[in-house]
Structure formats: C-alpha cells, structure tokens
Write a protein that binds this ligand. Structure first.
Ligand code: PHE
Length: 340
C-alpha cells in the first residue's frame, strides 16, 4: 500500500508539471482528488489494511495529500502568472505615446447669431428676457388678443400637448410675462427662444426655429421709435448704408401692424438671387402693442404705449451664408456646424 502511495505521488507530480492551462489543471485535480480520484480511492482503502498498519499508512497518505495540494497551488499560481504576462505582451501599451487632443467645441451658428443680436440691442438699452417654450393656449393666443375661434389663430399651426398646454408658436407670449413681472416699470427687452409650428419639414421650412422678440413699453413711445430701432439694428449688423422699407400688415396683438424689409445686402436693391429679384429682405413683423395686450400685461393703455417686433434668427444666417437647406440647423452634422 505504501508503495502504491509513492508511485501515485511521483506520477501525480510529473503530470502536474505537464498541465499548461486551467482546463488541464482542473482535469488533473479531478483525476487525483475527485470523488473517484486516484488518491481518494487509495485513502478510502485504508479500511482493508490490518489494524496495526493503519496509523502509519494514514499518516503517510495525509502527507502525500498535503504535498500534492501544495504543489497544485504553486503550479496554479505559476499558470496564472504566465497568463498575465502573456496578456501584457499581447495588449502592450506604449505609455509614452502623446495623448489624442480633444478639440474644443464652439457655439452653434444660431447661438452666435443670437449673441450678435443681443450685443446690438444691449447697446440700445434692451435687456435679454427668457420665457418658457411650453406655454398655455391662453398665453400664446388668448392674452394676445386672439380668443378661442379667432380666425387669426390659423396663422400659426400649433403643437398641442393637451387642450390648454402647447409649444409656443412664437415668442410673443413672453410679452405678457415680462409686462406682468415688470409693472409699473417701463420696459425695453428682447426675448429670444425656440418656436414650434406643426408644419411639413422641407428644405425651406422647419417645425422648430428661433425668434427674437422685442418689446418696449413706456409713456411716449411712437411708431418712429420702432422704425428707428429696426433701422439702427439693420445698420449695426449689416453696415451704415442699409435702408428700411415698411409695409402695412396685420397681427392681432399690434395696432397698427407692419412688416419691415431691408434693402438686399448683396445687390442693395437692384435685384439678385439672394433677394429673389425683389431687392428686399424681410427682417421683422412688428407694430404698436395693442391696447388689449397692454391691459392683459397690467399696463393701462390710456397711460402707456409700446412697440413690439419679432424677427427670425435662422433666416438671416441662411441669406448671409447661402445655406440651401434649413434642416441643416438641427441635423447636428459636424461638417456643416464646423463651418461657422
Ligand atoms: N409673433 C409674430 C409672428 O410670429 C411676429 C410679431 C411679433 C409681430 C411682435 C408683431 C409684433 O409672426
């Protein structure tokens, strides 16, 4: 029996050395230490020995068991170490390589345009006021002199969230918010923001776009101030030679209402592709704040007057840079965005 024990130990140690991966190692362990393993079987046969030989055999067997276990642990450790070294070799990393630079981002063309506008209006004493994108039907229409079923609502195709809550179709509801907040102060603000209209998206029209609203409320405000402000804006943005043309128009929240055009920055009125041979570029819808709107904002129209205008933000950039598809503004294509 002791002889068999010795043979088994030698053989086990020899085969252990030939195991070269964890599968083979597990196989080896099962072969000697498993339920039906060689060592397990041998240990179990101690009962077949005469009683006086049992202690010596038991002792020897336990020592063999311990030596094999130690050898097993050591070999397993070596295999793991070898695997680590192999993987380090395989996935070698050159830590001396210079890092890849992360390019700094820059402002979106719309933001750049808006900031240009803010700067010009700031010089004329206008503060920036932000109003929410999600509005109520009442603020977007009702307070602006368009009660339910007013036919002028047709001018704005609207995204309804529920019967009362909508996405603003223009920045004009912000007029009511500023007035209610500032009363009884005079007001000079511009209100930037995204507007939403339930429209087919094409190269020429988006269902989301920016507007910049302007509002001035005071005691002696006349149409002259409105035209002067818009003219000054056009001249500071596009040069001192710009001329403005005023057409009469209609908005329920201004009376009288106008539309302002500027002579084309490319042909100065002669007619070209940019202005579609009209000689003029549209810059704003505007007018004198309607008495009903002043009252809804908390200002007594007997004492106060005001002007308001709303201008597009993408359109001038489209004209200036000859952009042929308005969808580019919202498609996040870096090849487009990086040009500005
Ligand atoms: N809110 C109008 C529009 O979206 C523009 C406008 C603003 C007109 C302020 C007059 C005064 O078309």
């Amino acid at each position: 029996m002791l002889e068999r024990l010795n043979v088994l130990e030698k053989e086990a140690l020899k085969t252990l050395k030939t195991t070269s991966d964890s599968d083979a190692l597990a196989e080896w362990q099962k072969r000697y230490f498993g339920k039906k393993g060689a060592l397990t079987t041998l240990l179990r046969s101690v009962g077949d020995l005469p009683a006086e030989d049992r202690p010596a055999f038991g002792k020897a067997a336990n020592q063999v068991k311990q030596r094999l276990e130690t050898a097993y642990e050591a070999h397993a450790r070596d295999l793991r170490q070898a695997e680590v070294e192999r993987s380090l070799e395989r996935d070698r990393l050159d830590v001396t390589l210079p890092g890849r630079p992360i390019g700094p981002g820059h402002l979106h063309i719309t933001t750049q345009t808006l900031r240009e506008y803010f700067a010009i209006f700031a010089e004329m004493g206008f503060q920036v006021y932000e109003a929410p994108d999600v509005e109520t039907d009442v603020m977007n229409f009702g307070m602006l002199n368009m009660p339910p079923h007013h036919p002028a609502r047709d001018m704005w195709d609207t995204f309804y969230i529920d019967d009362d809550v909508i996405l603003r179709t223009h920045t004009s509801p912000g007029q009511i918010r500023v007035m209610r907040e500032r009363y009884p102060e005079p007001i000079r603000v511009v209100l930037p923001g995204k507007c939403y209209r339930y429209e087919q998206i094409t190269a020429r029209s988006e269902h989301q776009f920016y507007q910049l609203e302007g509002l001035a409320v005071g005691h002696a405000i006349t149409m002259t101030y409105l035209i002067g402000t818009l003219t000054e804006f056009a001249r500071r943005l596009y040069g001192p030679d710009r001329r403005l043309r005023i057409r009469s128009s209609y908005f329920p929240f201004t009376e009288p209402s106008i539309e302002a055009d500027m002579d084309c920055i490319l042909c100065a009125g002669a007619g070209c592709r940019m202005c579609k041979y009209s000689g003029w570029l549209e810059i704003a819808g505007a007018g004198m704040v309607h008495p009903v709107v002043l009252r809804n904002g908390g200002y007594d129209p007997e004492e106060w007057g005001g002007f308001a205008f709303g201008m597009g933000v993408e359109r001038p950039a489209i004209v200036k840079y000859g952009i042929d598809d308005i969808r580019l503004f919202y498609s996040n294509d870096l090849r487009f965005l990086r040009q500005f």
